[in-house]
Design a protein around this ligand. Structure first.
Ligand SMILES: [Cu+2]
Length: 352
């Protein structure tokens, strides 16, 4: 019934608008209502083009000024700077080209607006012009693409040089688990079919594999600064994506296969907290939080910056909150933390 009423109301509103338009048209009968644009109309539209040009420049400047603060702070990984530079150069090129071409487009639109008696100059082609507007984009785009491919190959090169730390990130709806290789820095065999919740074997490690017994399973990702980390990703259920924005790193987690990514963290959590942009962001966030607290709303407690691992594939209803804290620390702090953790073997023994 509600649907029928809604449709009836909508139809009546549409009829009313149509009738009002007709009345408006009739009231305009005495003025020039020709459908052909005259010089005055064309001039008016020409000025409107300039108005629109000012509007898009204005909104660009406004967005830069207001929203630049939402960009990520300085990259905290070795390859991150390279990645940022590539994006920054692309931004600059797009910005310059956009600014110039929009100005030309609107200016010529105004300059050659329709005028009575004026005829457009017509010629079929101009080799020189076509050469220029083909070759410039070709050179610029080829340069960007080659540079991009080179950077991509470098970033995606996962190898075992420089004694990397081996860490597994395990995704499941809706949380992350990390696994370290332990003493031998070698991950034990694991398979979802061997998951045994009763024995707390949540990652499905093969208990008979000698490499598995010293593995360390944690709910926080600790990384020593300056050491290369080779990540192996697994997913238990659906597609997830391990996203570590501050390290400019992202890799899909695919059920049934192991994917990899490698990076070297360069800035500790403590150091990042001293970064001026981060301090600004924390201040801004905590101001909002203080206001919430004053109103008795939830999420009013002060926030402290931490690196974070997020899921970047919509994987279900709690996807938005699928995250894990990442702590980058000195080698000593890392070793100290690692020693406090239980190995898989110890956990299993305590279960029996
Ligand atoms: Cu997910």
């Amino acid at each position: 019934m509600t649907i029928v009423l809604t449709i009836a109301v909508l139809v009546l509103v549409a009829i009313a608008i149509w009738q009002m338009t007709k009345i408006f048209e009739l009231s305009q009968i005495k003025t020039d209502n020709s459908q052909i644009a005259n010089d005055k109309d064309n001039k008016y539209n020409g000025y409107l083009l300039f108005g629109f040009l000012i509007f898009i420049y204005g909104i660009t400047i406004f967005s830069f000024a207001k929203y630049s603060k939402f960009l990520l702070p300085e990259a905290a990984s070795e390859h991150g700077g390279e990645y940022d530079l590539l994006m920054y150069i692309s931004f600059v090129i797009i910005f310059i080209v956009q600014t110039i071409t929009q100005a030309l487009l609107h200016y010529f639109g105004y300059k050659y607006r329709g005028e009575k008696g004026k005829k457009a100059l017509f010629y079929a082609d101009n080799d020189k012009l076509e050469f220029i507007w083909t070759i410039i984009p070709v050179v610029v785009l080829a340069g960007l693409i080659l540079w991009g491919l080179y950077t991509w190959t470098n970033i995606m090169d996962v190898n075992d040089e420089d004694d990397p730390l081996i860490v597994e990130l395990y995704a499941q709806q809706f949380n992350w688990t990390a696994r370290y290789g332990g003493e031998d820095n070698e991950l034990g065999m694991a398979n979802v079919r061997m998951i045994d919740i009763n024995k707390a074997n949540v990652l499905g490690l093969d208990e008979s594999d000698p490499y598995a017994s010293d593995d360390i399973i944690t709910k926080e990702l600790h990384l020593p600064v300056g050491r290369k980390v080779n990540f192996r990703f697994r997913s238990q259920d659906v597609l997830h994506s391990a996203y570590m924005p501050h390290f400019r790193a992202q890799m899909n987690c695919v059920p049934g296969m192991i994917t990899e990514f490698s990076f070297t963290p360069t800035i500790t959590t403590e150091e990042m907290r001293q970064n001026p942009e981060v301090i600004e962001k924390v201040k801004r966030t905590n101001k909002i939080r203080a206001e919430r607290a004053a109103l008795g709303q939830p999420n009013g407690d002060p926030w402290e910056f931490d690196y974070v691992l997020l899921c970047n594939k919509i994987c279900g209803k709690s996807h938005y909150n699928m995250q894990m804290k990442i702590i980058v620390e000195t080698e000593e702090e890392y070793q100290k933390w690692l020693e406090e953790q239980q190995t898989f073997g110890q956990t299993m023994a305590s279960m029996n």
